[in-house]
Design a protein around this ligand. Structure first.
Ligand code: GRF
Length: 200
């Protein structure tokens, strides 16, 4: 069984996609051990509660430093035997000590085809605003491993989505979520689960 932690900051639609994939049997031998948000009001925590998944709010501001926050987060996840950390709309830049503690076991979903429209300042609607401003005809989403950089780790999966005439950042964001993010994030977890299973 792959025990995952999902880190969130907002609405949690990517978390919901993972929950739905598990509950439908599409994603096998995977369990969500906990959901952690840096924001108490994140609707993602409500989604977790609705599915009897332990949810926690752990805020960097409650610690003396980001390093202390990173150590606490690492300890919290280790005590829960978490195998894989999934960043799903998580807006905190994780410190190096946390990355080191879970190196090679942290993945992130980004709403563009990396290396386009990624890195510092590219999150949420800003990504789609930049894609529309550049006039790209195709965008999409990427699941990648997380390293010390921002959206710089090895790419696991990508899925393309056409930009349509008249798209606004909002309509494009929704299409990228529906047609790409919610598809490739569960798929990426399944790939990692199989790799770990084959190794054991
Ligand atoms: C998604 O667009 C995701 O790609 C980005 O942040 C957004 C989070 O959405 N990282 P949700 O909280 O999963 O609904």
């Amino acid at each position: 069984m792959l025990n995952i932690a999902v880190l969130v900051s907002g609405g949690g639609t990517n978390l919901q996609a993972i929950i739905d994939a598990i509950e439908s049997g599409k994603l096998k031998s995977v369990a969500i051990g906990c959901v952690i948000s840096n924001r108490k009001d994140a609707y993602a925590l409500t989604r977790a509660a609705d599915h009897n998944i332990p949810g926690e709010c752990i805020r960097p501001r409650d610690f003396n430093s980001m390093e202390e926050y990173g150590d606490h987060m690492a300890d919290f996840l280790r005590t829960r035997n978490i195998d894989l950390v999934v960043l799903a709309g998580f807006l905190v830049v994780l410190p190096a000590n946390f990355i080191n503690a879970f190196r090679g076991r942290i993945i992130n979903i980004h709403p563009s085809l990396i290396p386009s429209f990624c890195g510092d300042g590219f999150y949420g609607l800003k990504v789609h605003e930049a894609a529309l401003a550049r006039g790209v005809k195709v965008t999409g989403a990427t699941v990648h491993y997380v390293d010390e950089g921002t959206d710089t780790g090895p790419i696991i999966l990508q899925k393309a989505v056409y930009v349509e005439p008249g798209d606004t950042p909002e309509t494009l964001q929704k299409r990228v979520m529906q047609q790409a993010e919610w598809v490739i994030l569960p798929e990426a977890i399944a790939i990692i689960q199989k790799e770990l299973e084959d190794r054991s």
